[in-house]
Write a protein that binds this ligand. Structure first.
Ligand code: KG4
Ligand code: ZN
Length: 407
């Protein structure tokens, strides 16, 4: 047996050989950095889409305890973790900064204070290592993630649903999107998080570490949605935009009524939390399904999707929800589309999806900037060309579709 010191030297030699051969074989490597909301993520990827190393720090538990994301707290946590997260991603991939062909970083949309930390770090990093910089639109990254996992040719329809966004768009190319609809107020994940907070689900033994959306999904499995027949939003508006604030109001009214009936104070768990969870989840799913159905009809009428194997991609944190996936699958079966949904770990925010977006842009030579260029972050930024007025003008009436799913 080798003495420990020799063993270590051999290990080091193997690592260096591994690195040298990696450098020789992988022509181009991209570092992706994500800090748009409450996850600090980084990943190194080669040009084929292979993940060489990644690291993710989630702030979820801190924000659950404070009852929602406080931007200054999110900023401080990104500041405390960004260097370590990037370092870990590089170490796990055995890649030196000087070998990178580009650094891709989310610069829009998102929380300004959070975006600023990722952008400042990246700016210093690319200047120090003289690496090209690729600014990334967070929703473009969510939309393209599926192409890292399997070949999905353009154009395809995409429904993105998260804590900060909901939108329907036709993806025609890496940087070419037609926006059919978006949320007029809050995002479905935000609504589910707020309903979960109003129900004090953090006090529920099964839900204390879950995000609001995850908690509602879990409780809904044993709930009876018919006990709270909430109205699906925007029934009289024949477009593809979304609205969830009115639904939250309906749910809050129902909770207040039940609290009065049961004679309990806000902050105490209601006996009917499971039924409220099931009804909320069902109404969110129905709203998403109806707007997506109209988007599919609009695309078909205007020849915007291929006639062979047209595809709907569903992604973003809320797309982890099985009930929502099943509901959307009823719509795609009815309309002859193929539904694709990345696994949950790629639906929620991470550095990998940003690195992949960087790879897609690098391959096509799109949006690659010199290290010295000055880029600013943008908290608000639509994805692509806004076609929502054309969709509204088409005023498409939908045939009714029976959505029957066992929780
Ligand atoms: O994409 P994401 O990680 O971050 C944003 O860009 O917002 O999405 C986070 C959101 C949260 O609102 C969370 O409650 C929701 O996704 N979410 C879910 C589920 N898992 C996460 N919503 C419904 N069902 C789930 N299983
Ligand atoms: Zn996201």
């Amino acid at each position: 047996m080798f003495p420990t010191k020799v063993k270590r030297l051999l290990q080091l030699r193997n690592t260096l050989w591994g690195c040298a051969s990696l450098k020789a074989h992988c022509s181009r490597l991209v570092l992706g950095i994500e800090t748009s909301c409450d996850d600090t993520g980084a990943a190194v990827m080669d040009e084929t889409g292979k993940i060489l190393g990644e690291s993710l720090h989630s702030q979820k538990e801190v924000h659950l305890r404070t009852g929602g994301i406080i931007p200054t707290v999110a900023q401080q946590l990104h500041r405390e973790n960004i260097e370590r997260v990037v370092q870990e991603a590089l170490e796990r991939s055995h890649v030196a900064p000087s070998w990178l062909s580009a650094v891709a970083t989310t610069v829009k949309p998102g929380l300004g204070l959070s975006l600023g930390i990722g952008l400042d770090f990246s700016r210093r990093f690319v200047r120090q290592h003289n690496t090209p910089f690729i600014p990334i639109h967070h929703m473009e990254a969510h939309a393209l993630t599926v192409r890292m996992l399997q070949p999905v040719p353009f154009p395809f329809l995409v429904l993105l649903v998260s804590g900060g966004h909901s939108l329907l768009a036709v993806a025609r190319g890496v940087d070419d999107f037609l926006l059919l609809g978006y949320s007029l107020d809050e995002a479905p994940g935000d609504t589910m998080d707020k309903v979960a907070r109003r129900l004090s689900l953090i006090k529920h033994p099964q839900c204390s570490t879950l995000s609001g959306g995850q908690a509602l999904e879990l409780l809904a499995k044993d709930g009876d949605k018919s006990r709270f027949p909430f109205r699906t939003p925007m029934g009289q508006t024949y477009d593809c935009c979304f609205s969830f604030a009115g639904l939250r109001n309906q749910v809050n009214m129902a909770i207040m009524k039940k609290e009065a009936e049961e004679g309990i104070e806000q902050g105490t768990l209601l006996s009917c939390v499971k039924d409220i969870a099931a009804a909320t989840q069902h109404t969110v799913a129905s709203h998403l399904a109806k707007r997506t159905h109209r988007a599919i009809v609009f695309c078909k009428e205007n020849g915007m999707l291929p006639s062979s194997n047209p595809t709907l991609v569903l992604s973003g944190g809320v797309a982890s929800n099985e009930y929502i996936r099943k509901t959307l699958s009823i719509i795609t079966e009815t309309t002859g589309l193929h539904l694709l949904c990345p696994p949950a770990k790629f639906c929620t925010d991470n550095g990998v999806m940003i690195a992949w977006n960087g790879v897609e842009r690098l391959r096509e030579g799109k949006g690659i900037l010199p290290p010295t260029v000055n880029v600013c972050y943008e908290p608000k930024a639509l994805l692509g060309v806004d076609m929502s007025a054309e969709v509204r003008a088409a005023a498409i009436r939908l045939p009714s579709v029976r959505i029957k799913i066992h929780n």
